[in-house]
Design a binder for this molecule. Structure first.
Ligand SMILES: *Cc1c(COP(=O)(O)O)cnc(C)c1O
Length: 420
């Protein structure tokens, strides 16, 4: 089935009330039929609801629907995108091991990997997303994941997904990609061999800037890669915390199963059922919206490219953009999402534009239906050193736009007056 159809129907089987809209199961817990039923659920002899920290029928529809859009096997929703990233990494790496991450990445991802994971004894090593030779040189016996964004925020680079996957697979290392900006509508990294995709659902999934949430999706067939892989002994040996369960031997998608039974159980960043419901509403129009976001961003990028004050525009939908060939290769119809950035001569000039726009709102978010403008050097990336800024492609005069669903003409007129 096409993504437009799946976005409306996948994962929902109507219950006895036959409601067209997916119901919100706003509940903490579920009654067991009897003691045997309860014991069977805990022992995974039967699958079912136990407690909303672990699973919930509304969240289940969101997970199944999202997994189907990504062409994946199973998904796990989390309370935020950052939690999804943390769980995906913590699911494979422990103290004394390392992960290799693309340095062009979301600010929170950089601080989580470089600083917070370091305190947990997990070392993050960084590679330029376009340099797979450097990536390979950083992989060693202790590497447990290669992490990168398909379409990077805020530097707007497009990863050569298959090249990265090829290097990681040669070493039997799990690949995890953040597909938040491209969304499954434009790009399906799992179908290019990536093992796990993670998303901030707070962005395009909700679409209207309504709620914080995250999700991770595992590729079909990931079990075979984990099975007996010496890098992932904890998927192949009994888990003491779950009465000796061996995750790759249950016949269920092992990555998601372990993230749910171990990480969600113990760390607890569960998605609220109400937010899952909001994401389900957002997904209904995701395919339509991503087309329009992409069209508007292309029109704005073309305008900026011809403006005398603009030194550089980064948008992979522009034919002369360095990332254009990658966008053509990996993105549906070459559509390149709503995010673009452009460089002005200085920090001061960038500040002036940000203060002068009227339709664009100064907000540190992306993927809202309303257009957003950000100055990363003074906000999202303020905590990074000059060196880290340079590595992730953030110049002092860089402005990031998240083009919304207003008319492209109005957006261009707004930028035009702000640049005067
Ligand atoms: C926003 C964002 C995140 C973090 O997601 P939250 O839902 O805000 O926790 C991660 N990655 C990317 C690319 C993002 O844009």
């Amino acid at each position: 089935m096409d993504i437009e159809t799946l976005a409306l129907h996948a994962g929902y089987e109507k219950d006895s009330q036959s409601t067209m809209a997916v119901p919100i199961y706003q509940t903490t817990a579920y009654e067991f039929r009897d003691a045997d039923h309860a014991a069977n659920l805990f022992a995974l002899k039967e699958l079912g609801n136990i407690y909303t920290r672990l699973n919930n029928p509304t969240t289940d529809v969101f997970e199944k629907r999202f997994a189907s859009l990504e062409g994946g096997e199973a998904a796990l929703a989390t309370a935020s995108g950052m939690a999804a990233i943390f769980y995906a990494l913590a699911n494979v790496a422990q103290a004394g091991e390392n992960i290799v991450c693309a340095s062009q990445a979301y600010g929170g991802t950089l601080t989580q990997t470089a600083h917070t994971l370091k305190r947990f004894g997990i070392e993050a090593r960084f590679f330029n997303v376009h340099d797979t030779t450097q990536l390979e040189s950083l992989i060693d016996d202790k590497t447990r994941a290669v992490f990168f964004e398909t379409l990077t925020n805020p530097s707007i680079d497009v990863a050569d997904i298959e090249k990265i996957v090829e290097v990681a697979n040669r070493h039997g290392v799990v690949t995890i990609t953040d597909n938040t900006v491209a969304t499954p509508v434009l790009c399906q990294p799992l179908l290019h061999g990536v093992d796990v995709s993670v998303h901030s659902a707070s962005k395009y999934t909700t679409g209207q800037g309504l709620a914080i949430g995250g999700i991770m999706v595992e590729r079909k067939g990931l079990n075979e890669k984990l099975k007996n892989n010496p890098r992932y002994a904890h998927f192949n040996t009994p888990d003491e915390s779950y009465h000796g369960l061996v995750y790759t031997e249950v016949g269920l998608p092992a990555f998601t199963l372990r993230a749910r039974l171990s990480l969600l159980r113990d760390l607890g960043a569960a998605l609220s059922p109400f937010n899952a419901w909001l994401f389900i509403q957002g997904m209904e129009t995701l395919p339509l919206r991503m087309r329009q976001h992409s069209k508007n961003a292309l029109a704005v990028a073309e305008f900026l490219q011809n403006h005398p004050k603009v030194q550089k525009v980064n948008y992979p939908g522009l034919q002369n953009d360095a990332n254009y060939p990658m966008a053509q290769k990996y993105f549906k119809e070459g559509l390149a999402s709503g995010l673009l950035s452009f460089e002005l001569a200085s920090f001061e000039e960038a500040k002036k534009v940000v203060d002068s726009v009227k339709i664009f709102s100064l907000v540190v978010n992306i993927g809202d239906s309303k257009s957003i403008i950000t100055h990363p050097a003074s906000t999202t990336h303020q905590q990074l050193s000059d060196e880290e800024l340079k590595a992730c492609g953030v110049a002092p005069g860089l402005i990031r736009l998240s083009c919304g669903l207003e008319s492209a003409e109005d957006l261009i007129a707004d930028l035009k007056q702000a640049l005067e």
